[in-house]
Design a binder for this molecule. Structure first.
Ligand code: NAI
Length: 382
């Protein structure tokens, strides 16, 4: 099967590499010739480096599977098209409408969108049943997780097909309902937003929160370091899109602290400044390594994360197993949030959330009904 990839940026080039390494002929298309040239040079260098490290027997053989197209008519014989262009619904809809005219009737069309509705993208096609979401994580060749998202119009037979294909590509697929943020970008929101809330209220500074979440919580990166790493142009925009898509549910409310960084162009590491200053010689602030304060921060953020995961389970966004896989493989959490909830105790999680709810009187802190039910019955989540 020939695979077509639209958009040769960070994600498109990465996905194209994965498909070619799995043995497919790959046609990479971008409407910007310079971007396409950059992707070609980048892929050549990456594959040669993999060969030098002994991780790929023959880079040239894989490179020969690629062709680079400046016109979508090149997709005529493709069996699958993966779209990874700019994250704007109107642009994606226009491209899907165009691509459908260029491909065969049996070609499957997938979008790598992080936050847009697959259903609305599918609606741009004459045959929406062939459209689905295949959401890879960055960098696509290294991150195992792929979220498979059937739209409400998608032919159900495409789900097992996509699952098999992703397994053949060496990926770990999970299935998510077409709801805002799918699994990872929904469930992970409090990692950022509750940490910012703790900082904005002056309970602790950024360095202390980052220290607590890594040293006490066991997360690989603290929230502020991670947001600076992802970039506020990406992380803030996902937060805002998820918030709007949830009909302005207070649980997903973005913060002014992060919005201002975006407005200032302080995008994080890539622009030399974000929450932290990365200029040469700039001193990183030192954390206050107070164990009691640190534990309070971790428990607050973790309770919010667990609540999101439990609610996603309750609302059938994904199965319990897929929720655990998504958070451990997609964002490298030290353990699944449902397991964490069980270990911590549903009663303790509920107590923490109800404590916050009574303190703030904000809907943001409402506990999932599933958490409440299981805690009252003295049961585990699953
Ligand atoms: P990027 O900005 O690196 O690349 C986008 C590419 O699409 C550019 O080369 C651009 O020239 C091309 N493009 C834009 N409009 C086009 C059109 N109409 N026709 C053909 N090509 C067009 O973007 P990135 O980061 O690769 O993201 C692409 C998609 O993947 C977005 O939907 C994004 O939400 C999603 N995504 C991004 C992740 C990330 O961490 N960067 C992670 C997972 C998904």
């Amino acid at each position: 099967m020939t695979v077509g990839v639209i958009g040769s940026g960070a994600m498109g080039a990465g996905i194209a590499q994965v498909a070619a390494m799995a043995g497919h002929s790959v046609i990479l298309y971008d409407n910007n010739a310079a971007a396409l040239g950059k992707a070609k040079a980048g892929l050549t260098a990456t594959l040669q480096k993999l060969q030098e490290k002994g991780k790929l027997p023959n880079a040239e053989e894989v490179l020969q599977r690629f062709s680079f197209a400046e016109n979508i008519s090149a997709f005529a014989d493709c069996g699958l098209i993966l779209e990874a262009i700019v994250e704007r619904l109107e642009v994606k809809k226009a491209v899907f409408g165009e691509v459908e005219k260029a491909v065969s009737d049996t070609c499957i069309l997938a979008s790598n969108t992080s936050s847009l509705s697959i259903t609305s993208i599918a609606a741009a096609c004459n045959n929406p049943a062939r459209v689905m979401g295949l959401h890879f994580f960055n960098p696509a060749p290294l991150m195992a997780l792929v979220e498979i998202i059937p739209a409400i119009q998608t032919n159900p037979e495409l789900v097992p097909f996509a699952k098999d294909l992703m397994l053949k590509w060496g990926k770990t697929p999970v299935i998510a309902k077409d709801t805002p943020g799918f699994i990872v970008n929904r469930v992970a929101r409090p990692f950022y937003s509750e940490a910012i809330r703790v900082y904005e209220e002056g309970i602790a500074d950024m360095a202390t929160i980052d220290w607590a979440m890594t040293e006490i919580g066991g997360f690989r990166m603290g929230p502020f370091t991670l947001m600076d790493y992802i970039g506020h142009d990406v992380n803030y925009v996902v937060t805002e899109t998820v918030f709007q898509s949830f009909f302005y549910d207070a649980r997903y409310k973005p913060s002014f602290s992060q919005k201002r960084l975006l407005e200032a162009g302080w995008l994080g590491r890539k622009s030399g400044k974000g929450f932290y200053n990365y200029a040469e010689g700039a001193e990183m602030p030192a954390p206050n390594k107070d164990k009691v304060l640190g534990t309070e921060i971790v428990e607050r953020v973790l309770a919010m994360l667990i609540n999101e995961a439990v609610d996603a389970l309750y609302l059938k966004v994904a199965s319990a197993a897929d929720l655990e896989t998504a958070m451990t493989k997609g964002v490298n959490y030290p353990k699944g949030l449902l397991q964490w909830c069980n270990e911590w105790g549903t009663d303790k999680c509920l107590e923490k959330l109800d404590g916050l709810y009574h303190q703030y009187h904000e809907d943001r802190y409402r506990a999932s009904i599933l958490l409440r039910k299981q805690a009252i019955e003295n049961k585990k989540i699953v």
